[in-house]
Design a protein around this ligand. Sequence first.
Ligand code: KMH
Ligand code: ZN
Length: 323
Amino acid sequence: MRSSEHTVISCAVTGAIHTPSMSDALPVTPQEITTQALAAAGAGAAVLHLHARDPRDGRPSPAPEVFRQFLAPISAGSNAIVNITTGGSAAMTLDERLAAPREFAPELASLNMGSMNFNFAAAARRVTRWRYEWEEPYLTGSADRIFSNTFAQIETILGELQALGTRFEFECYDIGHLYTLAHFAERGLVRPPYLVQGVFGVLGGIGPELDHVQHMARTADRLFGDDYVFSAFAAGRHQFSVALQAAQLGGHVRVGLEDSLYLRAGQLARSNAEQVEKMVDMLDGLGHVPATPDQTRELLSLKGRDRTHMPGREPGQEKETSQ
Ligand code: KMH
Ligand code: ZN
């Protein structure tokens, strides 16, 4: 893997898995997403992985008008790299999933490397009182939904967004997904360095055991040599242990309420920033220093913010914010 002096912390601020009844801390409205994203960046996250939610009831939303409401203030208030999801939610069409990244041409977008089962129905069992009607059927319905990311869909996303200069967080939920990425590399359809984001602990993907993290990194070493940058996270309670393992292997980390609502066993996180702060402390214990957004841009060969279509910034504003 490509080495780096600094550790990139990504923060996935809200996602499309957790629902409002699970935690009051889950940001839902554009204002809540903005406040939490800016605080996460201030705490040390160089990358903000962002989904949108309908402000009325918190359901996942693909609408560019909703994204715009938080992208503008986040972009104005922080130098952090904005990463817009192309996964959206498994209940959205590919066109819906692509609407916001098409419009805003971010520096980074997520790209899920395979179709899969993605079952988070168990999360419904812990909720005793539902705030909104959509939540329970959405969660239980995940047991019968396929998260569709066919080769043709991946190629569409690559073609459309690379034409805008967007690069990717390649989300790999199993070892086979690395071979899918290698296939696109062999065909010359992706450009190194590849940000391989190992995703562990999703029911339908690989488990969160540490030997799987090592195996993923070893396999990526074999397939990509120094042409990839490794990062990893786990969904659920192994969030911090998997991230630390990735850091110890020379990789990078992701935290955030998209992936886990907790700070530690039995204690809900009060915010995304609280998880980022904990991650910074844990990295400090290993002697690792968080990467700034600009160090991350260099590591991942990103195009820079001035070449996005992000709302809320005038050209030439680049140097005014530091985090
Ligand atoms: N929620 C994560 C397990 C995406 O946004 O593209 C997967 C994810 C998908 O981050
Ligand atoms: Zn996501």
